[in-house]
Every structure is written in structure tokens, then in C-alpha cells.
Design a protein. Structure first.
Length: 307
């Protein structure tokens, strides 16, 4: 069910296209997978350098891009260890190191980075469109040197949503109640942990990336959430064992453009050990929270079975 990437399986065959992006289509969904290079052409009119992942996501019900056109969704944003770097290049390390696009087949592409300039983290992210148009994102990483000062690796992905009617997200709480995740300002009550996730990660104070460690009063009971934009829901689903932290900003992509994000921690990492993380993202018409829950149940069960 969950495939390796070319980081752990060197036998996987792929091609490297001339352009830094590829268009994947399946079911009702079209996704453009892009590296962190700038693009300005007939497919991506003004994609800004530094942003990678899904540059464009659209559905047959809505042809406009879900994401802020200059930016991206499921974008690899940070490699952190709790050190309060003030230099922006270090804060946003994945943006500032070359990526290679690898096309596996007509429904699957990978974005890979050689060991990065500061943390020496090698990574490969596999974006696969499943039969129904759901994106399965498989991430494999390996630290090639002992560079993570506090003994853990913190990885952060961001999705910048283009002017939705509501900035908020929705998830099931610890008691199965629906919770509307609202954050009053960037970096304020921004991160929602799983029920029982009382892990404490050492970090410098003040920490300049305020989204990361500012926890909300809410906790989630099931590892998935969604937001709604122009009549469609963007749903992000995770394996329970990966113990993700859901993070949000009301203005991460600019005023009126929220960021619906997540974090994954590797605790007690060992150099040259490959760690794998898997999530899925669905984009589908919205009727109600219960309808979204029912429509994604199969995928959440499959993720749970992979725990």
C-alpha cells in the first residue's frame, strides 16, 4: 500500500523532465508537481522560486487553483532542530537548496533533495495520484551528519490557500466533537496536538518561527482535518503512528490567504537511517463535515492500517 521512494529503493526507474514540473491527472483532479525553481509559462503563470510541492490543484467542479498561484500546497517549508536561527536562509532550508524532479509514471512524481547545506538532510517526496484523485504523499528522509542539536528532526509542510471564504479548519476533538480551529493571529494558538501528545521538544526562546511551538487549547482525537474553499474541501489525513501536529495561520499566504499546515517529528534520530512518513490529501466538493468524513473514510482506514 505504501511505496518506498527512490531514496530507499535505488532500483526504481524514473526520468528527469526538462521542465521543473509535471502535470498529473486522475479522477476529477489535476495536480502540478513542481520543484523550488521559478516558473513562468502557459502552465504556471508566475510560480515563485523557493516553493515546491503542488503548485496547482484543481477539480472538475472548479478550475481555479486552490493554492495561492505564486506559492504552493504540501510545500516542504522547514527543517528544524529547535535552534533559533535568525538568518532566513537557515529558517527556510528546503527553499534554498536545489531539488530534482523525478517522474515515476503518469500518476507519480518525486521531488528529491541531496543533503542540504546546513542540516545535511537528504529527502525524497513521492506525490502519487490514486485512482480517485486523492494525493498520497510519501516522504523519506535521512540525516547524513549529526547536525540536529537537540536530538530530534522537525519537518514542516505548508499549504497556502487562495482566498477561501473561511480561514478556519475543522477536526474531531478528543471526545469526537467537531472543533473549529481558529487562530486569532499568525503564531498565536497555532498548533493542535493529538490527544495525549505531551511531548516536549527542547528549543531556544524566543523561537522566531512562531507557528511551530505555540500550542492551542485544542487537541484532536483523529489524525485528519479539512478546510473549505469555494465549495470544495481540502482534506489532509495522516497515520496515527506519525503523531503529526496540525498547524494553521490566518495569513501565512498573505492577507486573506491562510496556511493549513502540519509538522512531523523524528525523535532520537540516527544518522544514515531512513525515516518514512505518509499522508493523503483529498480535494472534493463540500456538503457537510459528515459527508467529508464519510467520503474519506476508506483512506483514513488504510492510513490507520499502516500504523
Amino acid at each position: 500500500m505504501f511505496c518506498a521512494t527512490t531514496l530507499s529503493d535505488r532500483s526504481i526507474r524514473y526520468t528527469v523532465p526538462a521542465r521543473p514540473y509535471v502535470v498529473l491527472s486522475r479522477g476529477d483532479v489535476e495536480a502540478v508537481i513542481v520543484t523550488n525553481e521559478a516558473v513562468k509559462d502557459e502552465v504556471l503563470a508566475d510560480h515563485r522560486a523557493g516553493y515546491s510541492g503542488v503548485a496547482l490543484l484543481r477539480h472538475k467542479k472548479r478550475r481555479e487553483n486552490l493554492f495561492v498561484p505564486n506559492y504552493a500546497g504540501l510545500n516542504f517549508e522547514h527543517i528544524l532542530d529547535g535552534t533559533a536561527h535568525t538568518e532566513r536562509k537557515l529558517q527556510f532550508e528546503p527553499r534554498n537548496w536545489p531539488m530534482e524532479l523525478r517522474v515515476i509514471n503518469k500518476h507519480t512524481a518525486e521531488i528529491c533533495q541531496s543533503p542540504t547545506f546546513h542540516h545535511a538532510l537528504e529527502s525524497c517526496q513521492r506525490y502519487e495520484l490514486l485512482r480517485d484523485g486523492v494525493i498520497q504523499l510519501t516522504i523519506e528522509v535521512a540525516a547524513r551528519r549529526e547536525t540536529f542539536r537537540n536530538g530530534y528532526i522537525n519537518l514542516f509542510w505548508a499549504s497556502y490557500i487562495d482566498k477561501p471564504e473561511s480561514l478556519d479548519i475543522h477536526f474531531r476533538g478528543a471526545g469526537s466533537e467537531w472543533i473549529r480551529g481558529v487562530t486569532p493571529a499568525h503564531g498565536v494558538e497555532s498548533t493542535h496536538r493529538a490527544a495525549g501528545d505531551d511531548r516536549v521538544f527542547a528549543h531556544d526562546e524566543p523561537f522566531p518561527l512562531t507557528l511551530v511551538f505555540n500550542n492551542s487549547k485544542h487537541s484532536y482525537g483523529e489524525p485528519w482535518f479539512f478546510g473549505v474553499s469555494h465549495g470544495l474541501a481540502f482534506v489532509q489525513m495522516f497515520r496515527p503512528k506519525d503523531r503529526v501536529r496540525i498547524t494553521q495561520s490566518p495569513s501565512g499566504g498573505g492577507r486573506g490567504n491562510p496556511a493549513w499546515d502540519f509538522q512531523y517529528f523524528v525523535e532520537g534520530y540516527k544518522p544514515d537511517t531512513i525515516y518514512q512518513f505518509v499522508m493523503r490529501a483529498a480535494y472534493l466538493p463540500f456538503v457537510s463535515a459528515e459527508q467529508i468524513e464519510k467520503a474519506t473514510r476508506k483512506h483514513r482506514r488504510q492510513l490507520n492500517a499502516g500504523s
